[in-house]
Design a binder for this molecule. Structure first.
Ligand code: SAH
Ligand code: SF4
Length: 344
């Protein structure tokens, strides 16, 4: 829903000021998807609006669910024909998280990520971002999914800090009590390493969580597998994370995809410890999530369970807070890194 456009239309057709609030609340809070579902507005107004503005900026092309019904992936067709994916996951029983896309594709081309391998098309508008929230909220409600939709993560397609203007506008509405009213502490933004973006996040949304896709703990490997590192290296990231911690005093999550034979040896675990120790308050506030690699191409293999366990033990023995994050979406190709936006 383009709320600015809605406000303009209501004014043009001479509706009283309170209508905007009623309709906005219906979409954001009660998660309706159509004007004629809003009982408190006159039927004629619903029909008029239906002809003037479309509630969602995309149409649903396809939706798939995992067998255990704990994750769902939606494929949306945008107005200009591009496809994006968005995922709903229940990682903790009774809570649902939406994993939102922020761009069609991604410029950053990390070698292990399906989105990055498919190139970049364009930024999403803030409306296309918040519409994913409306869609999932409605989905949880209409399908009577057990529990509440309470968390949002920017871990779908794209790099949120390379579309900060629109992501920021979307975040304002997502946490605003007048719009979606989500707790800022229930929202996470993930970056592969745009250091300047981290500073803006800390300044603009000090209660929103930060995740950093570390994946390689030294510059040489990061340069090779994650081109973003040539722009902002680990020293830049160290400073940016330090700044975020200083401003927010919040935990930061380091995402670490375990790639067999590439970044899963003892010396890598050692370097993770060094990186964390080099950050002021790092040992207290940084948490490592070990993630199993979701296959996207033949170049990499996921580390085996024993290697991951040993890696975890090593970190923990060195007083690093770390966990193995289970992947929920792999079955639907909706796990992180697999959101390639193809109609498969
Ligand atoms: N561009 C941002 C956010 C989107 S990617 C970022 O890179 O952080 C979201 C997450 O998916 C990141 O943590 C990324 O490291 C992870 N990811 C990418 N490809 C993956 C893959 N093939 N398997 C598992 N996780 C992957
Ligand atoms: Fe882009 Fe993130 Fe994928 Fe890297 S991991 S290509 S930054 S979406």
């Amino acid at each position: 829903m383009n709320f600015d456009e809605l406000k303009k239309i209501l004014k043009e057709i001479g509706e009283p000021g309170f209508r905007y609030r009623q309709i906005k609340d219906a979409f954001c809070k009660q998660a309706v998807l159509r004007f004629d579902e809003i009982r408190i507005i006159p039927k004629k107004l619903a029909v008029d609006l239906e002809g003037k503005i479309s509630p969602l900026s995309f149409s649903l092309e396809k939706i798939v669910s995992a067998k255990n019904k704990l994750s769902y992936k939606a494929l949306f067709r945008l107005d200009d024909g591009h496809l994006i994916e968005s995922v709903l996951i229940s990682a903790i029983s009774g809570t649902w998280s939406a994993c939102l896309s922020s761009q069609v594709g991604c410029q950053l081309a990390c070698r292990f990520c399906a989105t990055g391998q498919n190139g970049f098309k364009r930024n999403l508008t803030s409306e296309e971002i918040t519409d994913q929230v409306i869609f999932w909220k409605n989905f949880v409600k209409t399908n009577n999914l057990p529990g509440t939709f309470s968390h949002i993560v920017f871990m779908g397609m794209g790099e949120p800090f390379l579309n900060w203007t629109e992501v920021k506008a979307a975040l304002y509405r997502i946490i605003s009590p007048d719009y979606f009213d989500f707790g800022a502490r229930h929202i996470s933004v993930s970056t592969s390493g745009i250091a300047t973006g981290i500073k803006e996040l800390a300044r603009d949304f000090p209660q929103v969580n930060l995740a950093f896709s570390l994946v390689f703990p030294d510059n040489k490997q990061r340069d090779e597998y994650m081109p973003v590192n040539r722009r902002f290296n680990l020293e830049d990231m160290r400073k940016a994370i330090e700044y975020y911690i200083e401003v927010t005093n919040r935990k930061v999550f380091l995402e670490y995809i375990m790639l067999a034979g590439v970044n899963d040896q003892r010396n890598h675990a050692d370097k993770i410890c060094d990186f964390i120790d080099s950050i002021e308050n790092g040992a207290k506030l940084l948490h490592v999530n070990l993630i199993s690699y979701n296959s996207t191409n033949a170049e990499f293999k996921s580390s085996d369970a024993k290697t991951v366990k040993n890696f975890l033990n090593f970190l923990q023995r060195n007083h690093i807070s770390a966990t193995i994050r289970k992947s929920l979406g792999e079955e639907i190709d909706g796990a992180c890194g697999q959101l390639a936006g193809q109609a498969n």
